[in-house]
Write a protein of this length. Sequence first.
Length: 478
Amino acid sequence: MEGKRNAAVLDIYPPYDRQEIDLLLTAEAELSGRKIIVLDDDPTGVQTVHDVSVYTDWSLESIRDGFAEKNKLFFILTNSRGFTVEQTTKAHQEIGARVDQVAKEMGMEYLIVSRGDSTLRGHYPLETRLLKEAQEAGNPWKIDGEILCPFFAEGGRFTIDNVHYVRYGEELVPAGETEFARDKTFGYQSSNLCDYIEEKTEGAYKADSVICISLEDLRAGKLEQITGQLMSVSDFGKIIVNAVDEYDVKMFCIALYRALERGKHFTFRTAAAFVKALGNISDKPLLTREEMVTLKTPAGGIVVIGSHTKKTTMQMEELKKLKDILFIEMNSDLVLQEGGLEGEVERILSLSGNAIRNGQTVAIYTRRQLLTVENDTKDAALVRSVKISDAVQSLVGRLEVTPGFVVAKGGITSSDVGTKALQVKRATVLGQIRPGIPVWQTGEESRFPGTPYIIFPGNVGEVETLREAVEILMGQTI
């Protein structure tokens, strides 16, 4: 089993000439006329980008609108991490076929990126296999390989010597030893990505068959060698990318664009950092309150917290240091009682609506102790979590007062708040309020037009980060 490492290892690799890499990547990205469609399995995948569109459905109309944009890249929010196997199968078959149809209508080439969790949870390898099949069904070529790149610096996710790590303070912990690997629905054991692939594909792809892009080769600038590795892939072979810095991913994307130009075809299962590099999206400073809160309103904001990770609970306790916030616990265990959650929602709506109307910000959170059920199954646990998330989102959607801002904590929670409560069809990503924490500008069609919507992943940030974000939105400091 892989051991923990000191985070100092992140700094031992030789530096890049960043300006040179930016120029090379820009040249390759501009040469490629491919539209990039990013399928986001929860809304947090936009946590590295700005000034791009997110569509919350995959109708032909939305896909056509995305292809017609001047932007190189657009997102489709699937929220498939909250789907059953049957639901995500249907969704990915539809999306794959429709994207190919629209691309042919417009005479454009395209890439589909499956943006998944940086801690390796989700419907893998199912979703990328479905996208492979959909693309091959409509074209004479085959998908040569699949690229995995879960690196995400803002969340403390690094891949070194093929092992994926999660940072806790000054310690790097192998992902398979973290709470994320014990996820009831998407759990796993392997931290080495080669072994992870063999585990998740149930032996269909062996660990020793995986092509590994090393940090040493990336830092040595061996672009031709890396391109050659990509050119050697066939029969949907697997490629993993080691990375501890965004420029590792940029260097890889230069080689990737060259392999694409030479006729290779790939699918992608990656975290958010890869999307930014592939789309050659520039850096942007963290957003100020003035950039986000453009509507003048005396109303308070609303924060809904659904994630059960240890980090989220610590962040919530830190949030309690802010003044003028009303904290309300939702007894999410009532999901086990017929009609129990409905009554709980009515109780909380009454309390929160009055407080927000009077200028007070409200924070609503589910019970912090994760519900355990005897003889539980993965599907039953997922169904329960979706029911709880539906109750949480309704606390926003059924508000009779427009809040000053909305913050949602957790993947399924933030998706449901965006699509069901706020009824967003298309949003613009303004940028980030804190590293890895994106802000949507809601469209005119939404429940509360122009209200800033902050999507706060359950597994991102330091203990203070939630408090810092909310105090910026409230315009106060502790």
